[in-house]
Write a protein that binds this ligand. Structure first.
Ligand SMILES: [Zn+2]
Length: 324
């Protein structure tokens, strides 16, 4: 009788990760090393085994063009962003950075694909929700979430999806990508404007100053704590699912609603953030809707806290989806 040595602790779902997720942006408030730190923490604490972790391939230009304009993609590939465009992105342009974002998009595509098979999959990266079709903003060059959804739709693996964005900052890029108003360049790639339902729970008094409407925005007051937040999240998901039945949920599990975040003004605890993740997974499971997860932001004063919050997302997933 054969059995593998560690079936007991193998995850019943996949984690998507590559060392190349690292963003080469130098000294920056965005802790680019967090992805590797989370990966290493998960393995060191026996939450995951190396065999649970799948390395993605970069998205192709064709994939990126399902969301982004040819003009913007050309500028990125030829290094011809204007100074103003680079400033607005708030991360320093380099060809290596372009590769990292193409890989993040490939990782989110792979996570979406695995989620459709296994019920859940998590990319230890991605969640770049401030990227618009024709420009980047707020540390985001390419909207990997939107690319993953459009690729799954193009492959006819899904028709509909819901984004559930719990980063402390509003998902402005995602809202615009999937807004009914059309950008001429993109009209040809859009089958319908009502095939993706976008939900954003965010601190109202925070970046971005202008918040283009999502399908459902929850504008939260400064300092909101665990209990009220979890109540709002439950209401948002219930309301969203009462209006729209998606074939895939793309959960953007930002770590920055944390009380000790440098760029956030909500007051969730580490335990409250884990309860947030658990609630999302339980509701998705109850509705039998596959869920793919990306990380987005996280700027705690102590990097270890950001790592713990992100690692807990996988712990929560393992508790809700224990496999056999
Ligand atoms: Zn954020």
């Amino acid at each position: 009788m054969g059995f593998s040595a560690c079936e007991c602790c193998m995850l019943p779902f996949k984690l998507i990760y590559s060392d190349e997720y690292f963003l080469p942006i130098g000294s920056h408030v965005f802790p680019a090393e967090k992805y590797k730190r989370v990966r290493d923490r998960l393995v060191a604490t026996n939450v995951a085994e190396p065999s649970d972790i799948i390395a993605p391939r970069p998205a192709t230009d064709e994939d990126i063009l399902l969301v982004h304009t040819p003009r913007y993609v050309e500028k990125l590939k030829t290094g011809t962003l204007s100074a103003r465009e680079e400033l607005e992105m708030e991360i320093p342009y380099s060809p290596e950075l372009v590769q990292a974002f193409w890989l993040a998009a490939g990782g989110s595509m792979l996570a979406a694909d695995y989620a459709l098979n296994d019920g859940i999959a998590i990319s230890i990266g991605g969640g770049f929700h401030h990227a618009f079709p024709d420009h980047g903003e707020g540390f985001c060059m390419i909207n990997d979430i939107a690319v993953a959804i459009r690729r799954m739709q193009r492959d006819e693996k899904i028709r509909t999806a819901m984004t559930l964005d719990c980063d402390v900052h509003q998902g402005n890029g995602t809202a615009v990508v999937f807004a009914p108003t059309s950008i001429p360049d993109l009209a040809r790639t859009r089958k319908a404007s009502s095939d993706v339902f976008t939900i954003s729970l965010h601190q109202e008094n925070n970046y971005p100053a202008f918040k283009p409407p999502s399908s459902l925005d929850m504008n939260l007051p400064d300092g909101m704590g665990d209990a009220e937040y979890l109540a709002c999240l439950g209401s948002a998901i219930s309301l969203g699912l009462s209006k729209f039945k998606p074939e895939l949920i793309c959960y953007v599990a930002g770590a920055d609603p944390y009380f000790d975040d440098q760029l956030g003004g909500l007051s969730l605890t580490i335990e409250g953030l884990k309860q947030r993740d658990t609630l999302v997974f339980q509701l998705a499971k109850a509705e039998s809707i596959p869920v793919m997860v990306t990380f987005a932001g996280g700027y705690a004063h102590k990097l270890e806290d950001t790592v713990t919050i992100h690692a807990n997302t996988i712990v929560a997933a393992k508790e809700v989806f224990p496999g056999n």
